[in-house]
Design a binder for this molecule. Structure first.
Ligand SMILES: [Ca+2]
Length: 162
């Protein structure tokens, strides 16, 4: 209930994170985007902003999966890369950011999905385009089976631990 209230406010309130600034920072068109620190509240607002800036659209079947930063329309990979790009522009340590590639069980079948996992002082949080509220790995909204993960500052791709 509380989370639903926050999300409702987020969608009706004046933008805390201007969309143009987020996009410019992520694409390198704006410089000096670093912030002193990134709180869990900042992660929430970032997740809300990006989730509502990109119009949901699945990749066309049969084509190579496209991963883009702030396209007008896109899917989970595009939301994930866009959030990651903003956090890197904000100066977040790349070691705190992991792209999670896996499958979640939703609407009766396993579906390929991608999230951004962020290490915070109070534990990991996952930024997902499925919902605006970031969540802990133990509180995933759908059953999840991991395929691989890409720590920004680590090996290219690894088999995740969970
Ligand atoms: Ca994609």
């Amino acid at each position: 209930m509380f989370a639903a209230l926050i999300i409702s406010q987020a969608l009706t309130a004046a933008p805390v994170l201007p969309a143009g600034w987020l996009k410019a920072c992520a694409t390198g068109e704006a410089t000096h985007c670093e912030v002193a620190s990134v709180t869990t509240e900042d992660l929430f607002w970032l997740n809300v902003a990006v989730n509502h800036m990109i119009k949901p659209k699945a990749d066309v079947g049969g084509e190579v999966e496209s991963w883009r930063v702030f396209p007008a329309e896109g899917d989970c990979s595009d939301y994930t890369l866009s959030k990651r790009a903003v956090l890197l522009a904000w100066g977040v340590d790349p070691k705190r950011l992991t792209i999670e590639l896996g499958e979640h069980y939703r609407v009766g079948q396993w579906r390929r999905h991608m999230n951004l996992r962020v290490v915070t002082p109070s534990g990991d949080l996952i930024l997902d385009n499925i919902q605006d509220q970031p969540y802990a790995p133990a509180a995933r909204p759908f059953p999840w089976r991991a395929i691989a993960s890409q720590p920004s500052a680590g090996p290219l791709w690894t088999t995740p631990e969970d």
